[in-house]
Design a protein around this ligand. Structure first.
Ligand SMILES: [Zn+2]
Length: 334
């Protein structure tokens, strides 16, 4: 849940800034560590036409960053329905990563304890950090976000201009919400690559039990991967901001940013709804400035349906072309 009253406006705006990162070319490392670029690891620039990496290759890169950078920590969060380990990557200033458990305890208390004395609450907010959770590619046919995960991680830890934000924000990235589906989709694409059926839809569903409806499972929590995600925000970390990264279809708007369209569920806090609009409008401003077009708001996705992951939270859907076209990796930054 979002706890609008429990964090300062100043800190909130810094979270907002993190979410509105502009697109710039890769720059030199600044943190004194040497980490491999995504291109070095995968042998191609993620997002290149007709090139996809699979789940194991994705996690192998993040494990390398975990081993080589003090700014990234990889943890397991559960197991997928087919038995693949699921992960979350914490990306922040090295001092924050080193103090992650303390920061988690602060965040947890701010979220759950309504009776903190005012002076103590101010102290906790001052000592605490803002947690921003992003989950990528729950719909595995929407390959863009997970294919962008290595680039997002690399840029955050290697570009100096992000340092001021990462001193105050812990970015929590679930690099793949549906590991089973990612491997199915990538295996299908590779099997037919170069042939008549290259780029065809996979003849089956990309989730063992619920297919595309894994985004309807946040009421009943019937699936292991759904529960792994829900544990992050309901039981363990209580992020202030959540972003669920999808990929738009090829026949509608290229991008969607919040707010969602009416109707709005009556138990959504008015302050949350207002912040959703502020975030979305700033995303649109920055995306337009970066040269991206076709951005929609108040479109396609309502804020009433209670089964969605993003029901109480901010939602960002990023659009790109299917695997046979160009995946705009940098657009997944927003
Ligand atoms: Zn989707």
């Amino acid at each position: 849940m979002f706890h609008a009253s429990k964090i300062s406006v100043r800190v909130r705006m810094e979270v907002a800034i993190l979410c509105f990162l502009c697109v710039t070319p890769l720059s030199h490392l600044w943190s004194g560590t040497t980490v491999p670029t995504p291109e070095t690891h995968f042998g191609f620039i993620p997002g290149s036409d007709r090139m996809l990496f699979d789940y194991q290759e994705l996690i192998a890169y993040l494990k390398t960053l975990d081993e080589t950078s003090p700014m990234l920590k990889l943890q397991t969060i559960g197991t997928s329905p087919e038995g693949r380990p699921m992960y979350i990557a914490f990306i922040s200033a090295a001092e924050n990563i080193a103090a992650l458990e303390d920061l988690r305890a602060i965040n947890r208390r701010l979220a759950l304890d309504p009776a903190i004395p005012e002076a103590k609450r101010t102290e906790l907010i001052t000592r605490g950090r803002v947690f921003v959770l992003a989950t990528l590619s729950m719909h595995s046919g929407e390959v863009g976000p997970s294919q962008a995960a290595p680039t997002i991680a690399y840029r955050l830890i290697s570009e100096k201009r992000f340092a001021p934000w990462l001193e105050r924000v812990v970015y929590m990235m679930v690099p793949c919400h549906n590991p089973d589906g990612m491997d199915m989709v990538v295996a299908h694409y590779r099997k037919y690559k170069g042939g008549k059926w290259e780029g065809s839809s996979m003849p089956g569903v990309y989730h063992k039990y619920v297919g595309h409806d894994n985004n309807r499972d946040f009421v009943a929590l019937t699936q292991a991967d759904t529960r792994a995600i829900a544990r992050i925000y309901n039981l363990e970390w209580f992020p202030q901001v959540m972003v669920e990264k999808h990929q738009m279809g090829s026949l509608t708007a290229r991008y969607f940013v919040p707010p969602n369209h009416d109707p709005i569920a009556e138990n959504i806090d008015a302050r949350l709804w207002n912040w959703s609009g502020i975030f979305g409008s700033n995303m649109m401003k920055d995306m337009t400035e970066a040269g991206l077009a076709g951005i929609s708001q108040h479109y396609l996705f309502d804020d009433y349906w209670p089964g969605s992951f993003f029901y109480h939270h901010f939602t960002l859907a990023t659009a790109s072309d299917p695997p046979t076209g160009s995946i705009d990796i940098n657009s997944c930054f927003f």
